[in-house]
Design a binder for this molecule. Structure first.
Ligand code: FEO
Length: 388
């Protein structure tokens, strides 16, 4: 188990997963992921969420070590997604006296996933602001619907000023990974929670009324210091405001000519003073990384080949991800390529016009197979527009 010290009575019992290929069967996690779980040892013993089935044995061993012979009185279920809820039924079977704490949306979902003996008599249904006293620790439950699923709630413990934040403030990477927090927390946020900025804002508003000294998320490191930094980033991300000035050039190129034009545009943008230029090949780069960059920077240029009277599919995939994550508040440029009937621009534009508060940069550039004098001049004009 990762050596995580929280306090004498709040013990980390989560587990790292270094073997997983794709988190949620879609996100590459080269440094794995942690499924965090905690136990509070007081007059009553309370487990805060379980862990994924992939780490059942490790998780139970960690729990038993922390319990040191004691039993479990309560399990608080903040989130029913299987990466945390995977061991609810096993835990309930092992501790038949244990009560299960959730809200009105938790239990119907729990019954869909599991059959638990005597569930109705064991369920403790809480609502916003309800408390549970464990002895010297008192838990207050705060509903956080759609941060990431509808039944999500977070829990504040007042005596130690700790916020159990569910998926909020989560990060990819196992706990022993030495890497920048923001990079993998941002990728996690925009790809997993990004659609629900309004709901995250609502939760941040509730959290601002609390005196928080430590944030205990369900993935990634425990946050103990400089909490204003993390909360500030969450505030920027959830309000769909750019974090940094810069231009993402995302391109979809079949034979390389649109890619060449993307690199040419990158040179122009740099020469014209763009603070940062990131060029991404949508066919080859991890989609979740490109989505992260789309939200990180204040400007984006989409460049794609035409294909089957539409747009090259990886670009459409990218745009449909941006649509579902509520991409907005940015300046966007469009460059299409077509050898006989360019159609990519029309498709890209129709997506962009559906995003909120977008400034479409002029001109929309058309390349015919390869850059020529005319299209290079148009690209230069677009670069001017993107850097002015
Ligand atoms: Fe980490 Fe939404 O589960």
């Amino acid at each position: 188990m990762a050596d995580v010290k929280i306090s004498d009575s709040i013990i980390y019992i989560g587990a790292d997963d270094k073997d997983i290929d794709l988190f949620e069967s879609q996100y590459a996690v080269p440094n794995g992921v942690s499924y965090n779980s905690y136990v509070i040892l007081d007059e009553k013993v309370c487990v805060m969420d379980t862990a994924d089935n992939r780490v059942t044995d490790k998780w139970f061993a960690n729990l038993e070590k922390a319990l040191n012979g004691r039993t479990v009185d309560y399990l608080v279920v903040q989130h029913m997604e299987p990466d945390h809820a995977g061991n609810i039924a096993r835990l309930a079977e092992k501790y038949p006296e244990m009560k299960i704490v959730g809200n009105a949306k938790t239990f119907p979902m729990m019954k869909q996933f599991f059959s638990i003996d005597g569930i109705d008599g064991r369920a403790v249904t809480v609502k916003e602001g309800d408390t549970l006293c464990l002895g010297s620790h008192t838990l207050t439950f705060i509903m956080a619907p759609m941060v990431h699923w509808p039944e999500v709630m977070v829990t504040y413990e007042a005596s130690e000023k700790v916020l159990f934040s569910a998926d909020g403030f989560g990060k990819f990477g196992t706990l022993d990974t030495d890497e920048d927090w923001a990079c993998e927390a941002r990728r996690y946020y925009f790809n997993i929670v990004g659609k629900y900025g309004v709901q995250v804002q609502a939760l941040l508003k509730k959290a601002s009324a609390l005196d928080i000294k430590m944030i205990l998320p369900l993935h990634g490191p425990i946050l103990k210091e400089n909490l204003g930094y993390y909360i500030g980033l969450y505030s920027t991300w959830s309000s769909y405001q750019p974090e940094d000035k810069g231009v993402l050039v995302a391109y979809a190129s079949i034979h390389g000519n649109t890619g060449k034009a993307a690199h040419k545009l990158g040179e122009m943008l740099t020469a014209k003073g763009a603070e940062k230029v990131v060029i991404s090949d949508l066919s080859r780069e991890d989609m979740s990384e490109v989505i992260e960059d789309a939200f990180r920077y204040d400007r984006m240029v989409l460049m794609a080949s035409s294909y089957d009277a539409g747009v090259f599919p990886v670009m459409e995939d990218f745009l449909s991800h941006l649509k579902s994550k509520n991409y907005q508040n940015r300046k966007v440029g469009i460059v299409e390529n077509g050898s006989w009937a360019p159609t990519a621009g029309k498709v890209m534009k129709s997506y962009v016009e559906g995003f909120k508060n977008i400034t479409l940069a002029e001109p929309v550039v058309t390349i015919r197979s390869t850059l020529n004098e005319v299209s290079e001049k148009a690209l230069e004009e677009l670069a001017d527009e993107m850097t002015k």
